[in-house]
Design a protein around this ligand. Structure first.
Ligand SMILES: Cc1ncc(COP(=O)(O)O)c(C=O)c1O
Length: 378
């Protein structure tokens, strides 16, 4: 089966219950949600509703109507940023953003002249929240930060940044692609106004699922307009949630899988999952340090990061190493640039890229041993 170490891209395997739920929905129900009033359509509605509730609860948010489903976090972030930002607005972001944020901001800069300020971080990928303050202006319309870097794994001080954003009445949007399901997130305690999540990474759900938690009353202009299953004679997108930002037929089979994934996370406990992944990260950092000519990026401290580690082997191209690991040892990891060019600039690998492992809940220490053995044999 090979050794899968690319959980930062997408988690694999998924809990069995997740696949079973998707299959079961497709075979035994298969109806659209929010559209019909027959029994099966009501069951479909219930699946979606329960999933909204479970996700809200996971992030300590108690209004399921403002849990919006999207197709992934890229979709969620685009909906939020394009729905909030207007011509000439000012935005503050981190130096570690994934292209899901970065390209969207750059496109808005080109198209509607928004102004972007990027907060510097240390070479290890840690941001000092106080640094945000010097960029705040009268026209700052949004602060958007990734919670954990997909290149270095570093956890950003979201709670402190959120407090600063609140003090200045600026909406705070968080990209939880790497953190949701891998650590505790509490939108209230963490001062998060809008949380963007993806279902297929540490939430352990199917691809094609994601969403937004809208913990704010600010106006988000809908990016899309279309059918919602209700108020069909009204000619515009409804003002009420979730329909305001959700349109078109929902991915109910995916949501059925995501619902089981959240139940699985609740059963295992986010804290236990976090602790196991932390332990694996600690072990991986120690073991990787023993590989000849390795350079590991980031803080090399499992307390400051999630289970994502970037490294290089001296004088070797990451793509070549990745290819040998795959072809000869059946070890799967990511090589190159990881869709986050500014994060690579921080660690000086914008030209070369890195090798990246993303450890998941189903990895074991033996997987790391095999990787280290293979690297030593290169
Ligand atoms: C930090 C971060 N943001 C956004 C994304 C985009 O995720 P998705 O492809 O699920 O939209 C990723 C995934 O690679 C990521 O790591």
């Amino acid at each position: 089966m090979g050794i899968y170490l690319d959980n930062a891209a997408t988690s694999f395997p998924k809990p069995k219950e997740v696949a079973t739920a998707v299959y079961d929905f497709m075979v035994n129900n298969g109806t659209s949600s929010g559209r019909g009033s027959y029994k099966k359509a009501m069951q479909s509605d219930y699946i979606v509703y329960e999933c909204r509730k479970l996700i809200g609860k996971l992030f300590n948010f108690d209004n399921p109507k403002k849990v919006i489903f999207t197709s992934n976090v890229t979709d969620s972030l685009n909906i939020a940023m394009r729905g909030i930002l207007k011509e000439n607005d000012h935005v503050i972001t981190s130096s570690l953003e994934h292209n899901a944020v970065w390209r969207c901001l750059k496109t808005l800069e080109r198209d509607i002249n928004i102004k972007i300020d990027t907060v510097e971080c240390s070479k290890d990928g840690i941001t000092n929240p106080q640094d945000i303050k010097k960029y705040i202006k009268k026209d700052t319309a949004l602060i958007v930060f990734t919670q954990a870097s997909n290149v270095l794994g570093t956890i950003q001080p979201i709670r402190e940044i959120g407090a600063i954003a609140r003090e200045h009445n600026i909406p705070f949007l968080v990209d939880s692609a790497q953190s949701a399901g891998a650590m505790k997130i509490d939108v209230k305690e963490d001062n998060i106004d809008i949380l963007a999540f993806t279902g297929h990474k540490s939430l352990l759900g199917p691809m094609g699922t994601g969403g937004l938690i809208i913990n704010t009353n600010i106006d988000i202009k809908p990016l899309k307009a279309g059918g919602t299953g209700g108020d069909s004679a009204y000619e515009y997108q409804p003002d009420y949630y979730p329909n305001h930002l959700e349109t078109g037929t929902s991915n109910v089979s995916g949501i059925a899988g995501l619902r089981e994934a959240i139940k699985f996370l609740n059963k295992e406990g986010i804290e236990n999952i976090h602790n196991k992944e932390k332990e694996l990260t600690k072990y991986a950092l120690e073991k990787l340090e023993t590989v000849k000519d390795i350079e590991i990026y980031g803080p090399k401290d499992c307390e400051k990061m999630l289970s994502v580690i970037s490294f290089n082997i001296k004088d070797k191209r990451p793509e070549d190493v990745g290819s040998i690991l795959d072809q000869k040892y059946d070890i799967m990891l990511r090589a190159g640039l990881h869709c986050a060019p500014t994060a690579h600039s921080v660690i000086g690998t914008k030209e070369r890229g890195t090798l990246r492992i993303g450890l998941g809940y189903f990895n074991e220490k033996e997987d790391i041993d095999k990787l280290v053995e293979a690297l030593n044999n290169l």
